[in-house]
Design a protein around this ligand. Structure first.
Ligand SMILES: Cc1ncc(COP(=O)(O)O)c(C=O)c1O
Length: 381
């Protein structure tokens, strides 16, 4: 079920060939100084012991403050916010808490790879709805409707969306909300890129009528504060759903690293300028990488959010994204991830690859130099 992934293969190849790694989605620049200082201070102050199982009071309060503003309702920090060791743990615990073996869970494909594993580990059955590349990675409303039935227990909704960079619009979220209300399902909303939105606005599906009580809204400090290795994430959900999530969390990790929770509580008090700068910075990096991709014939898809950009290698003559990524890492020495890695059975829109632009200017400049410096058409046997 959970063998070695193409992510691991590409990372190993990247190391072997000394490639510029635009495959894995983690920043290669320093984290914010004020957050690192808060972590050092928490360690020096001997905040060494287990934290409250559901999250340090200072951190859940800071999360509830932000979520109350965003969701337009007062969120109770102690009853409705749970801290996890990363969004991945929050996703896993949500699926396990809400789904019994044999329940169906709707997934929108392509998806972040932990979703399918979590659904299968829970003994639940994935019902997959494809976001069609040719329509700009949108679902067909009839296909969405058909995926919801009497055994549907939950849908996993990721916006802003990894790997496509899409931000789901009001119409799409309303259609999902309609199906959720019709079937009484739950929503597990993965919003880890909530603060990295370039076009339009991020709206939580939990704010749709009738959904606040049936949605676990998941986020993570990793993306917003460029600290992916700290693994501090959380879920905001009604008291009843939060109780269910905590029932799993207490036996998975019990509590998340105490000094890091102190530091993220401090991080969440960042001024609005921090968030504006984050977006401006990533917009510039996105535009820079898009220019590179376009110049070398890897037509970029528009990215409205996240720090990922899809490039289309089909115009260069490729119809196998895995073969193209292997070629790219070995010959141009730039690593990317084949889009098929994000599908249940691979190769749906073969020829598309995901590049991460959460990288230093020098890294993006070196990738540009290497991509322009090598013919990217398939070798002739
Ligand atoms: C869509 C999505 N969800 C969840 C995660 C995992 O977040 P964390 O590192 O907080 O577990 C990622 C990380 O890449 C992601 O892209």
């Amino acid at each position: 079920m959970t063998g070695p992934s193409v992510f691991a293969e590409m990372s190993a190849l990247a190391a072997q060939h000394g490639a510029v790694n635009l495959g894995q989605g983690f920043p290669d620049f320093p984290g914010p100084a004020f957050v690192k200082a808060a972590a050092s201070q928490a360690i020096s102050a001997d905040h060494n012991q287990y934290a409250r199982m559901a999250g340090l009071p200072a951190l859940v309060s800071a999360i509830a403050d932000g979520a109350s503003r965003h969701h337009g309702r007062l969120i109770d920090p102690l009853a409705e916010v749970t801290v996890f060791s990363g969004a991945t743990e929050a996703l896993f615990c949500s699926v396990l808490a809400l789904c019994d073996p044999g329940d169906e869970v709707v997934l929108l494909e392509p998806f972040y790879d932990s979703y399918l594993a979590a659904v299968r580990l829970a003994g639940a059955i994935p019902r997959i709805v494809t976001l069609h590349a040719e329509g700009g990675f949108r679902f067909d409303p009839a296909e969405l409707r058909a995926a919801f039935g009497p055994r549907t227990r939950a849908i996993l909704v990721n916006t802003p969306h990894n790997p496509t960079g899409r931000v789901l619009d009001e119409t799409e979220l309303s259609m999902i909300a309609e199906e959720v209300r019709r079937t009484g399902a739950y929503v597990i909303a993965d919003e880890v890129y909530e603060h990295i939105v370039f076009e339009g606005e991020h709206r939580s599906i939990a704010t749709w009528p009738g959904l606040a009580g049936r949605t676990a809204t998941i986020s993570s400090s990793g993306k917003t504060f460029s600290l992916t290795g700290w693994k501090v994430g959380w879920a905001v959900a009604s008291p009843a759903v939060s109780t269910a999530l905590r029932g799993v969390h207490q036996f998975v990790t019990f509590a998340t690293a105490t000094p890091l929770q102190h530091a993220i509580a401090a991080a969440l008090s960042a001024p609005l300028a921090y968030y504006a700068e984050l977006v401006a910075d990533y917009r510039a990096r996105r535009d820079r990488l898009a220019e590179t991709l376009a110049a070398v014939g890897l037509r970029p898809f528009p990215a409205e959010g996240t720090y990922f950009l899809l490039g289309d290698a089909r115009g260069l003559g490729w119809d196998d994204d895995v073969a193209f990524c292997r070629f790219l890492v070995e010959h141009a020495r730039v690593a990317a991830i084949p889009l098929s890695a994000f599908y249940e059975q691979g190769h749906r829109d073969a020829g598309l690859v995901r590049f991460a632009f959460c990288k230093r200017d020098e890294t993006l400049a070196e990738a540009d130099r290497r991509l322009r410096g090598h013919a990217l058409t398939p070798p002739i046997d």
